[in-house]
Design a protein. Structure first.
Length: 284
């Protein structure tokens, strides 16, 4: 079962804020009035009685305590930075399984939590950005890929595993064989827009026939994984052979934010491995 954490967080903040407001407007004045009445009846007020009269209801106490913490978390997570963990190898070698990343939530505009409506324009995704978005076939799942095509672009991916944008081959330079791959995988330095990054291609196999051409509709983005032969992405839009993968290009209202940094890695927590910080750094 998928848990809608943003919705739960908004509800928690609303409930705690409501309890704090009820206390401020209704309950706190009653407590003060009760204390004043008691002090007016006795010459030597009992401290224990004063403590009992001033005590907040337990639910109100918890609500007032949690409200500022939850409100800060909501603001940070919804409008500034949100953490994610990488679950698959589709972005290797840029991102490895178990990497914990930070995502800039305001890079592409300020959006209201839960309903994801953009209320303030900031900027649009740029070619080469690593972007987190809600999976079009199931918006409860977050995906991460690299922005390859912008609205209006004509994208081509050839049988020879070359990427072309608007008829121009994307610049790439062979780096060498991936360590331990025995020649089965090669690493290339690719340049998309102003971004240089490393991509991985498998020489002996393909995930499936990748050749094709696509035109990116307005308000959409063409996404690809850096692990080119192990990535479910926009290349397989309308693939009649694998209908469960028909998720297409990413509409603007599915954008979550721009991934910009790795802050921790924990690839196999179930095996007892400890988190490490060997991969900490900016994402390119």
């Amino acid at each position: 079962m998928s848990i809608n954490f943003p919705l739960l967080l908004v509800i928690a903040v609303a409930v705690c804020g409501f309890l704090a407001l009820v206390d401020l407007i209704l309950l706190a004045p009653r407590r003060r009035a009760a204390i004043a009445a008691y002090q007016g009846r006795v010459d030597d007020p009992d401290d224990r009685v004063l403590e009992r009269l001033s005590k907040e209801p337990l639910l109100v106490e918890y609500g007032k305590s949690f409200f500022p913490v939850l409100a800060i978390v909501l603001v940070l997570r919804s409008f500034l930075v949100e953490p994610f963990q990488i679950p698959s190898g589709s972005m290797k070698p840029t991102l490895e399984v178990g990497d914990f990343i930070l995502v800039n939530k305001f890079a592409y505009g300020i959006r209201l939590p839960v309903i994801d409506t953009k209320v303030i324009e900031v900027d649009n995704p740029q070619r080469g950005d690593v972007m987190v978005f809600r999976y079009p076939s199931d918006p409860t799942i977050n995906y991460i890929k690299r922005v390859v095509g912008l609205p209006g672009d004509r994208i081509e991916y050839t049988q020879g595993k070359r990427l072309l944008i608007n008829g121009e081959p994307v610049a790439e330079k062979l780096i060498g064989e991936e360590a331990g791959s025995l020649g089965g995988a090669m690493l290339y330095q690719e340049r998309l827009g102003q971004v240089e990054h490393t991509i991985r291609k498998e020489m002996t196999r393909m995930r499936r026939d990748p050749g094709g051409q696509w035109v990116v509709p307005e308000g959409h983005y063409f996404m690809m994984g850096d692990n080119r032969d192990n990535s479910n992405d926009s290349r397989y839009w309308r693939d009649r052979h694998i209908p469960q993968d028909l998720w297409g290009m990413v509409p603007d209202d599915h954008i979550v934010g721009k991934a910009f940094a790795i802050w921790m890695s924990w690839p196999e927590p179930k095996t007892g491995n400890l988190p490490n910080f060997s991969r900490v750094g900016l994402i390119h």
